[in-house]
Design a protein. Structure first.
Length: 415
């Protein structure tokens, strides 16, 4: 559950959430339940693939092809892991410098956090999972405390804030983005054990995440004007300070750093296990112990490339923000293909039960596919440089397709 919730509360998501809340108003709060339903439908699609082939990765490959599945999986995770890790590590460095220790260099903290997270994942998978639980718990407790403080001001403060009730399509897409990443919970152990309860953990993470974000959004709206929420670069920090003064600033600083760690840790942990599992499938060993070094290599790739982007000064630059939004779009496309694969799995199931399942689930799957496609379009509309976003997406897909094709060709020639 902690891995599934690892991306939901990071500073970038809280900024997108706050800005969208200020732009759209109360309508944004009403769209959160719709986003929750869409993601729950996608979680059910993962379960369908698991039931059809004993593991979601196996099912994914069975219904869309080995190479295509590998490309879509990697495109949906790797670019986001690299680009977001670089951006968020620097964000954590600035938070640490500005909130806690003024004399400590922000970039030094960013590199230390990135390196420590990579070392943790290289040394012990169990330790990484334990720290993930601690980090997500700290984030959740902190946001609940701040939400309670903000809502205690509700009667006296909200009367001065006349919130609009606008429909802004591009900002409504943010409601679907802030809940992504729950599929990282599928890689809690790195093998095929207990896949059934992982679906329950993802459901719990999405529902809990939606509730906490809704509570925090209501609190933020009660203490900060919509204009300031929309224009602020750190709306979460503004709301925390208005809600609880200086202690609120320290609590939110802790929340931000813990949330950044949870993102770095969950991405390195789960994406590295995903690549290891893909390698096993190529070796026809299903999900047995990984005979390759793909897991540590992936951790080093994510951390090393992120550190390179930071060292080259990309962190905070518009180009990196564009790449992150492109990566989010690719992740949403991955969810769409998962739903399509689940439809194919249902259609190829046993006759009578399959017909009943299709009649009950097909409209929901199609609804999820349509809404996720609209959300991806909304992310493109938010982007100031949509052409650059599309160029980066095409580049990533092309590069990873070539890598997968070469790996597949070399492996099968060597047999």
């Amino acid at each position: 559950m902690a891995l599934a919730a690892g991306l939901m509360f990071n500073p970038d998501m809280l900024t997108l959430f706050g800005n969208s809340l200020g732009a759209v108003g109360w309508f944004f709060g009403l769209i959160i339940p719709v986003a929750t339903i869409v993601h729950l439908i996608t979680i059910h699609s993962f379960k369908v693939l698991t039931d059809a082939a004993s593991n979601h990765l196996v099912g994914f490959q069975d219904y869309i092809g080995r190479r295509t599945a590998a490309v879509i999986l990697l495109c949906g995770k790797l670019p986001f892991a690299v680009c977001t890790s670089a951006a968020l590590a620097v964000t954590a460095g600035f938070v640490f410098n500005e909130v806690f220790v003024y004399w400590f260099p922000n970039f030094a903290f960013a590199f230390l956090l990135l390196g420590a997270t990579a070392a943790l994942n290289l040394i012990s998978k169990t330790a990484a999972q334990t720290m993930q639980v601690i980090a997500v718990a700290a984030v959740g407790i902190g946001l609940i405390i701040l939400s309670g403080a903000g809502l205690s001001n509700l009667p006296g403060e909200i009367s001065g804030h006349e919130f609009k009730f606008n429909f802004s399509y591009r900002y409504l897409a943010a409601a679907f983005v802030v809940l992504i990443g729950y599929d990282l919970g599928l890689y809690a152990h790195g093998d095929d054990r207990n896949e059934s309860w992982r679906s329950n953990a993802m459901v719990a993470a999405v529902i809990a995440g939606a509730l906490i974000l809704s509570l925090w959004g209501l609190a933020a709206m009660s203490v900060v004007s919509p204009e300031r929420l929309e224009s602020s670069t750190v709306p979460y920090m503004t709301a925390a300070r208005k809600a609880l003064g200086e202690p609120g600033r320290y609590i939110m600083g802790t929340v931000a750093i813990a949330a950044v760690f949870s993102v770095l840790n969950s991405m390195m942990h789960s994406v590295s296990l995903m690549t290891g599992q893909l390698a096993n499938l190529y070796y026809d060993q299903r999900l047995s112990d990984n005979p390759t070094n793909f897991r540590p290599a992936t951790v080093l790739l994510i951390s090393g490339t992120s550190a390179f982007l930071m060292a080259m000064g990309f962190a905070g630059e518009p180009h990196l923000e564009t790449w992150i939004r492109a990566s989010i779009t690719l992740w949403l496309i991955y969810y769409i293909v998962v739903n399509i694969s689940a439809i194919r799995a249902l259609r190829q199931g046993s006759a009578s039960s399959s017909r009943e399942k299709i009649s009950a689930n097909l409209p929901l799957k199609l609804f999820s596919i349509a809404v996720l496609a609209l959300a991806g379009t909304g992310i493109i509309l938010i982007e100031p440089e949509p052409v650059q976003l599309l160029k980066f997406s095409v580049f990533v897909i092309a590069v990873l397709a070539v890598v997968v094709y070469l790996f597949d060709t070399i492996l099968y020639r060597s047999r």
